[in-house]
Design a protein around this ligand. Structure first.
Ligand code: HEM
Length: 186
C-alpha cells in the first residue's frame, strides 16, 4: 500500500536515495571506459540508444505529453543519432508501450533528465579525448545544456500530487529506467 510522501521529504530526495546504489554502479561502469578509444566510446553511445528511444517514445505516447508542453525539446534521440552517425556507430531505435501513470512517467523522466548532470561530466571527458571524432561527438551529452530542463523538471516533479500520493510508483519507474540502462551497458 503506497504511503504518501510527508513534507519536507521531497520527491527528488526520495528518488535520489532510492536510486543511489544503481547510479553508483553505472557511474563506475562508465568511468572505466577509455574515451581515447573511438570504438569503445561509440559502443557506449550505441548502447544508450535502445533504452533511450524506448522510454522517450513510451513517455511521448502517454501521461508525460500532458505534463510538459516542451516534451519534444527534451528528447535526445536525434543528437545521439547524429553522434553515432559521425562515429559509424549502430543506432538501435525501439518503440515503448505508452506509460499512462503520471507517477511512473515522472519516475522515468527523473532518470532521463537527471542523466544530463552526469552527461556534463562525460562531455568534458570526451572533449579531452586524443581522438578528434570523439571530441566532436558530444551532442547527446551536451543537448540543450543551457535550457534549464533539469530545473523545470524538478519543479514539475515536486508539484505532482500523483507522485506525492504514490511515491512507490515513481520509484518503480525510476528503478526500471536505471535497470534498462544498466542492462544495456552491461
Ligand atoms: C560516468 C557516468 C556518470 C557520472 C560521472 C554521473 C555523475 C552525476 C552527477 C555529478 C550528478 C549530480 C549529483 C548531484 O547533484 O548531487 C548526477 C546525477 C544524476 N545522474 Fe548521473 N552520472 C553518470 C551516469 C549516469 C547514468 C548512466 C544515468 C542514467 C541513465 C544517470 C542518472 C543520474 C540521475 C537520475 C541523477 C540525478 C540525481 C539527483 O537527484 O541529484 N547518471 N550524475
Amino acid at each position: 500500500m503506497d504511503t504518501a510522501l510527508a513534507a519536507p521529504a521531497g520527491a527528488r530526495d526520495f528518488l535520489r536515495s532510492e536510486c543511489e546504489a544503481v547510479h553508483h554502479r553505472l557511474d563506475s561502469r562508465l568511468t572505466g571506459i577509455d574515451f581515447d578509444d573511438r570504438d569503445a566510446y561509440a559502443a557506449m553511445l550505441s548502447r544508450f540508444s535502445a533504452p533511450l528511444t524506448a522510454f522517450e517514445s513510451a513517455l511521448e505516447a502517454g501521461a508525460a505529453a500532458r505534463l510538459f508542453d516542451d516534451l519534444s525539446e527534451r528528447w535526445r534521440a536525434r543528437p545521439l543519432l547524429a553522434d553515432l552517425h559521425d562515429l559509424n556507430g549502430r543506432f538501435d531505435r525501439r518503440q515503448g508501450a505508452p506509460i499512462e501513470d503520471e507517477a511512473e512517467a515522472l519516475g522515468i523522466m527523473y532518470v532521463l533528465e537527471g542523466s544530463r548532470l552526469g552527461g556534463r561530466v562525460l562531455a568534458r571527458r570526451a572533449a579531452e579525448s586524443a581522438d578528434p571524432a570523439v571530441r566532436g561527438a558530444t551532442r547527446y551529452f551536451r543537448h540543450a545544456e543551457n535550457a534549464g530542463h533539469w530545473r523545470s523538471f524538478l519543479s514539475r516533479l515536486e508539484a505532482s500530487e500523483a507522485v506525492r500520493l504514490k511515491p512507490e510508483r515513481a520509484k518503480a519507474g525510476a528503478l526500471a529506467a536505471f535497470a534498462a540502462f544498466e542492462a544495456a551497458l552491461a
